[in-house]
Design a protein around this ligand. Structure first.
Ligand SMILES: Nc1ncnc2c1ncn2[C@@H]1O[C@H](COP(=O)(O)OP(=O)(O)OP(=O)(O)O)[C@@H](O)[C@H]1O
Ligand SMILES: [Mg+2]
Length: 352
């Protein structure tokens, strides 16, 4: 499970909007997503039309009253479950401060549901207290929405200091990535802020989120923008962001696999047999993330009674691939699961 914390100390710079719509875009793309509202304002819950009145949420989990599983609201958007927050969460700093391992409370609870989700998206509050520390400690990466303002820049600076502190203390590497929101680079202020960020060598998403009034309308209707206005340009921005993060996660996974292999630590590879029945062709090959897109690289082919089998050995994870039927690259006609690729078409998706 990839844990993405969406954080910036500056209020109102698009954290919750991004948490909701990134979750919706990942869910729409076939991922299993757990959205966690970590803000006592409860905006992620509200923005998805979830009433939190009288319901247990993250506060009850962190103070030991409930298991995380008990408070999850299933299917708040396609592929997305929610851990809601209520105003009582404001008291959690006090509760946590007395705990041993107070910075590891969230990660401990997340571990109990990690097998059920591909992503946990953490909508952080606009402050850097213990809740934010718990989020950063659990995060595999931090996404920092930035609008074109000096305050957002200041928020970023403080966040970087805190991330650095947590990295040093726990010997972690928590990559931080900026997400420009409503950043109109035609204005001089936005351009000079952007140049300043680039000079600092900060990692920035290729995707930019454009301004759109429909975002407010969607929140009022208690829906993600992707559900409310699926054809709005900003919905496409969030879909692109999901794609960017997914391909980056796959690349990271590949790098980790490579690292693990070279240090000779055995990774658990599973034998996967793909069956292709009634496929009339002279030659069938397969290429994807699992074999660096080299047709049939490391793949065994079996032919039985007119049907084909491809045998792969792969670790757990999600892999994009295509089949090559008589020399023509195409989606796997036997697999309904697909993800858009950078070429404007789709790849088939294999989840192990
Ligand atoms: N791309 C966008 N275009 C237009 N309006 C937007 C966009 N993104 C966010 N907004 C609006 O900006 C306001 C603040 O957004 P949001 O609540 O997501 O910020 P936040 O960082 O979560 O705030 P807080 O720090 O209070 O939690 C909201 O009214 C939201 O509808
Ligand atoms: Mg918010």
């Amino acid at each position: 499970m990839h844990v993405i914390a969406i954080a910036n100390q500056k209020g109102g710079c698009g954290k919750t909007t991004t948490a909701i719509n990134l979750s919706a875009a990942l869910g729409e793309d076939g991922a299993r997503v757990l959205l966690i509202d970590m803000d006592p304002q409860g905006h992620a819950s509200l923005g998805l039309g979830q009433s939190t009145l009288g319901r247990a949420g993250l506060f009850e989990v962190l103070n030991g009253q409930n298991d995380l599983d008990d408070v999850i609201q299933d299917g708040v958007a396609w592929g997305v479950d929610l851990v809601p927050a209520t105003i009582s969460l404001a008291a959690v700093e006090h509760v946590l401060s007395d705990r041993p391992e107070r910075e590891r409370q969230l990660i401990k609870h997340l571990e109990t549901v990690a097998h059920r989700y591909d992503y946990a998206i953490l909508d952080c509050p606009p402050s850097l207290g213990l809740l934010a520390v718990n989020a950063l400690r659990a995060a595999s990466q931090v996404l920092v929405p930035m609008d074109a303002s000096l305050y957002a820049l200041d928020g970023l600076q403080r966040l970087r200091e805190l991330v650095h502190l947590i990295e040093t203390r726990y010997d972690l590497d928590i990559p931080l990535r900026l997400l420009p929101i409503m950043f109109d680079t035609r204005t001089r202020l936005a351009r000079s802020l952007f140049d300043h960020l680039l000079e600092q060598g900060l990692n920035t998403c290729a995707t930019r989120i454009r301004a759109c009034v429909k975002i407010r309308e969607a929140a009022l209707q208690g829906q993600s923008l992707l559900a409310y206005a699926p054809r709005a340009p900003v919905a496409a921005d969030y879909r692109n962001l999901a794609l960017e993060l997914r391909s980056q996660a796959t690349a990271q996974q590949r790098a980790t696999t490579l690292e693990t292999t070279t240090t000779a630590t055995p990774i658990e590879a599973h034998e996967i047999v793909l069956n292709f029945q009634d496929l009339e062709c002279r030659r069938l090959q397969i290429a994807g993330d699992f074999n660096d897109w080299i047709p049939d690289g490391g793949v065994e082919t079996r032919q039985l009674d007119g049907s084909w089998q491809k045998v792969l050995h792969v670790a757990e994870g999600a892999y994009e691939y295509r089949v090559i039927i008589d020399g023509i690259w195409q989606q796997d006609p036997t697999n309904p699961y697909e993800v858009p690729n950078n070429l404007g078409g789709n790849n088939s998706l294999l989840r192990v």
